[in-house]
Design a protein around this ligand. Structure first.
Ligand code: FES
Ligand code: MG
Length: 571
């Protein structure tokens, strides 16, 4: 990325004109059809900025998409470009079956194809809800078109009867109290309308917020744009700036793979750890990096985790909300604290180094939410990876959201074979379980028909919840919401459905977890495992459509659960 670099002449509407033997005619046709929308000949000569519209009546998080698009358009027009918005798939967490993750790669495929197929010189990606930003960055990395990320921003916390509420973590907290019989049915219904009251992504440091912070670290948007609230006027100014940025990129192009580098990915991992961020971001970052041929090494993750303090004190692990992080100094304050741990020579879309982006830090930092290095929330990072006979290719644990007294544990396990089995039995009064057991969910990884859901936060069995049990060791081959908390081992790889050792585990087996040794072992002798392996069968395979394609091509969690055929050629 040289500062002198000039791009090729923008092609605008002429880019990728179809060629059925008479290219001139194809372009003539395209222009005449574009004129049917009222554009002048002058407008159609301008370089084109595509704007990905992910607004949808099934996406509450993105309900400001129309006004953001207007602001992006203003920025593009002021900078001399022609803004053309177009729709892609939109994914919002609560509305998809079997789960939104099952469709992240479909959104990436759709977005990549539409960026590559339609005429645009650069693109603004409007995303926000958990799977959307990863899908868009995966798409941009593969399409190679200069891309700016704009997130919709986090929702604002509600004030409700003396407390603050902003979606998932609070939803979970109240629901757990309801399950335990501490909150009545009437009250839980009354609170339903108070948990999420503005547009924007979940207001805590969940997956959406974490991905916004990582995306700004990578350089796809300004640092402060990661956390501006969805409903704040600054969010519209950020959108206007995203439009202007997209025009600058046309004249001085930077391909996405020039800023997704070994160093910038490592910076993003540091930030993930320092945020105490979502475990899902690890899967998404692996998928984004994988699109340019970079692999995330779980052993390196542990080295980074041991040398990166958690500095941000937001829910689900702490007390604050994203609006607090923003006013506390946001990403600039955080990166300023971390600067000696970062590769400061990585560059953003304007070619500005991370050192210059951080500068001298913000004028004001609220230490309630962004701690100084000498007073961290935790001296070590939020996530560790574990290896052992139960997880030969690794598993992860969000230690910042877990109970330290459960870190070293050997116990018998209670196994649920798939999400239906879990739902059918977890609340039965005669379930043979104590708080000292380990509950396991298998058959919910990327290959499973469950689609790698956020089911890894296994509920505390109702009979234990009623006894006041708040946490116990839980394990699975699936994911957990970034807004959840507990001693939960996730992403066990290879997953059960891929024939991993997890698929052989039976109720009553003993398991040993040691966070100190970073190990996870199944204490069953090899002869018994060989017998079980000989009897093991994969569940039925989907035969058609997207499900069949996923089943044929999906990779495991450490590779980002991307589809094999979407990796760069030769990987
Ligand atoms: Fe969209 Fe939480 S549901 S960010
Ligand atoms: Mg989430």
């Amino acid at each position: 990325m040289s500062d002198e670099k000039k791009g090729p002449e923008p092609k605008g509407l002429a880019r990728n004109a179809a060629n059925y033997g008479d290219k001139e005619f194809a372009l003539y046709l395209r222009r005449s059809f574009a004129k049917s929308m009222g554009y002048s000949a002058e407008a159609l000569k301008r370089p084109v900025v595509g704007i990905v519209d992910t607004g949808s009546d099934l996406n509450n998080c993105h309900r400001t998409a129309p006004e953001l698009i207007e602001a992006v358009k203003r920025g593009v027009l002021m900078a001399g470009g022609l803004p053309l918005a177009f729709p892609t798939i939109s994914l919002c967490e609560p509305y998809l079956t079997p789960c939104s993750m099952h469709y992240r790669n479909l959104m990436a495929l759709d977005t990549e194809a539409m960026i590559a197929a339609q005429p645009m010189d650069s693109v603004v990606l409007i995303g926000g809800c958990d799977k959307t930003v990863p899908a868009q960055l995966m798409a941009a990395a593969s399409a190679g078109t200069p891309a700016v990320q704009l997130v919709v921003g986090p929702m604002s916390a509600n004030r409700y009867q003396g407390e603050r509420l902003a979606a998932c973590t609070d939803c979970r907290r109240y629901w757990a109290r309801y399950r335990a019989g501490e909150v009545s049915g009437e009250r839980i219904q009354e609170i339903e309308g108070s948990l999420a009251v503005t547009a924007g992504t979940c207001g805590v440091m969940g997956t959406a917020s974490t991905m916004a912070c990582l995306t700004s670290t990578l350089g796809f948007m300004p640092l402060d744009a990661a956390s501006i609230p969805a409903v704040h006027s600054d969010r519209l100014r950020a959108a206007e700036e995203a439009g202007a940025q997209a025009v600058r990129l046309i004249h001085k192009p930077v391909r996405p793979d020039e800023i997704i580098t070994e160093k910038s990915v490592e910076n993003a991992l540091r930030v993930l750890l320092a945020l105490g961020g979502s475990t899902n971001a690890l899967v998404h970052l692996a998928a984004i990096a994988g699109r340019v041929g970079i692999k995330i090494d779980y052993h390196r993750l542990n080295e980074l985790s041991d040398t990166t303090p958690v500095l941000v004190d937001l829910k689900p692990t702490g007390e604050g909300y994203m609006e607090d992080f923003h006013t506390a100094g946001g990403m600039v304050a955080l990166l300023h604290e971390l600067r000696d741990l970062l590769h400061l020579d990585t560059k953003d879309l304007d070619g500005v180094t991370l050192a210059d982006r951080i500068g001298a830090g913000p004028a004001f930092v609220d230490r309630t939410y962004i701690k100084a290095r000498n007073e961290p929330v935790s001296p070590v990072g939020g996530i560790v990876s574990l290896f052992g006979s139960l997880a030969p290719d690794g598993a992860i644990l969000k230690r910042s959201a877990a109970t330290p007294s459960l870190f070293e544990k050997e116990a018998r396990c209670l196994v649920f074979d798939g999400v239906e089995d879990l739902a059918a039995r977890i609340d039965s009064d005669d379930l043979d379980v104590t708080a000292d057991d380990i509950t396991i969910l298998k058959g919910a990884g990327p290959l499973s028909t469950a689609g790698f859901p956020e089911a890894g936060y296994l509920p505390i069995p109702r009979k234990l919840a009623r006894q006041g049990v708040k946490d116990m060791v839980r394990m699975s081959d699936c994911r957990m919401s970034g807004t959840a908390f507990g001693t939960v081992v996730l992403h066990i790889s290879p997953e059960a459905e891929a024939g991993g050792p997890l698929g052989l585990v039976k109720t009553g087996d003993r398991i040993r977890l040691s966070v100190e040794n970073r190990s996870l072992d199944l204490l069953v002798d090899e002869a018994e495992l060989a017998k079980r392996r000989a009897e093991w069968k994969a569940k039925s395979e989907p035969k058609r459509g997207w499900d069949a394609l996923v089943h044929r091509e999906v990779l495991q969690a450490p590779q980002g659960a991307d589809l094999r055929f979407l990796l760069p050629e030769g990987r």
